[in-house]
Design a protein around this ligand. Structure first.
Ligand SMILES: NC(=O)c1ccc[n+]([C@@H]2O[C@H](COP(=O)([O-])OP(=O)(O)OC[C@H]3O[C@@H](n4cnc5c(N)ncnc54)[C@H](OP(=O)(O)O)[C@@H]3O)[C@@H](O)[C@H]2O)c1
Length: 317
């Protein structure tokens, strides 16, 4: 029997344990959440599937041939000591993309239709109609046109929004005006709703800051620009978001990710008007789909076929 796969997924531990029982039947798995595995050496293992793993995982498993991420991002383990110089495969999955599409479309529509104000009126039993622009009058600018960004762009187009996008290398996408890395300012000047779908790398750390918010279009159909982030929290400067919202540089925000998670109870973000907060659950990985994806990639690897969804180790995503 081939060596089992090492699993360290800081998801819901009961769910991971339950679903692992029926996954990887041909090789089995070693779940680091099981206290019986504390202190064990894993140098005889070939594969690890990780999400926010223990800091010493690569020191204990130094002979891995492939590292699999439990999510679309890889930032939770790329910096850990002893990470072997082997392919890193991230999770790309239809259901994850669909969930992210739903969340972003929902947030854009809530800002378009003034949902926060409606909600406040309802709580006060107030019958107060609001006028809202049509989606076509609003430009949504997506930062990051990868698997998720492109999925979101297509769904927003379907809803009638004008969509533009920015990525490190400029993309050609039907119906969407696109911008490359150097053209960030031109992109921001046209954007009414900014959607952050970037991976966390040294280049994207702290990118959503006061300087960037100040370049967004003022006086568009929504009046003030809106910031939506569902990429990574460390790409945003929360003190700047709070200041931009309070001073009117931003008119609203939707945040699924935070500099520190869980978002501390005393963060001012919780109480700001027209801010929607979700607990990093816009597009959670579904365990069954994740384990099937890893099984498929291991089978490809062992047949000598190229792995899919590998990251660029130099770029870090
Ligand atoms: N909130 C959640 O629940 C959740 C769930 C899943 C994923 N995420 C986050 O979403 C991120 C994106 O996922 P994905 O699958 O779409 O990733 P992806 O396919 O790797 O796409 C990443 C995009 O970001 C662009 N990019 C990266 N660094 C850049 C930089 N410095 N400047 C400009 N553009 C840059 C890339 O440009 P190029 O096209 O030129 O390479 C690419 O278009 C993940 O890394 C993860 O952090 C969050």
């Amino acid at each position: 029997m081939p060596a089992p796969i090492l699993v360290d997924l800081k998801f819901n531990p009961e769910t991971v344990t339950r679903i692992l029982k029926t996954a990887f039947v041909d090789r089995g798995s070693i779940n680091l959440a099981d206290a019986a595995n504390d202190g064990r050496d894993f140098h005889d293992l070939d594969y690890a599937l990780v999400w926010k793993p223990d800091a010493d995982i690569f020191r204990r498993a130094g002979n891995l041939k492939v590292v699999f991420s439990g999510g679309a991002g890889v930032d939770s383990f790329m910096h850990l000591p002893g990470r072997p110089d082997v392919p890193v495969v991230r999770f790309v999955d239809r259901s994850l993309t669909v969930r992210m599409n739903e969340w972003v479309v929902m947030q854009c529509l809530m800002h378009l239709r003034g949902h926060s104000a409606h909600d406040q009126h309802q709580r006060k039993h107030l019958w107060a109609d609001l006028t809202a622009p049509e989606a076509a009058e609003v430009t949504v600018g997506i930062m990051g046109l990868g698997v998720l960004g492109q999925g979101v762009a297509a769904k927003l187009r379907m809803m009638g929004f004008n969509v533009i996008g920015w990525s490190r290398t400029r993309k050609e996408i039907d119906g969407i005006e696109t911008f490359g890395g150097a053209d960030l300012d031109a992109f921001l000047q046209k954007t009414d709703i900014l959607v952050g779908l970037l991976p966390l790398t040294p280049e994207t750390t702290g990118l959503y800051n006061a300087g960037l918010f100040a370049k967004l279009r003022q006086g568009g159909a929504l009046g003030k620009p809106v910031f939506i982030n569902c990429g990574r929290g460390k790409s945003q400067v929360e003190a700047d978001i709070v200041r931009a919202l309070s001073s009117g540089v931003l008119g609203g925000a939707s945040l699924d990710v935070f500099e520190v998670e869980p978002l501390p109870a005393d963060s001012p973000l919780w109480d700001l008007e027209n801010v929607f907060i979700t607990p990093h659950d816009s597009a959670a990985s579904e365990e069954n789909a994740l384990f099937r994806h890893v099984e498929t990639q291991i089978a490809r690897f062992e047949r000598g076929e190229p792995l899919q969804f590998t990251i660029d180790l130099a770029a870090g995503y």
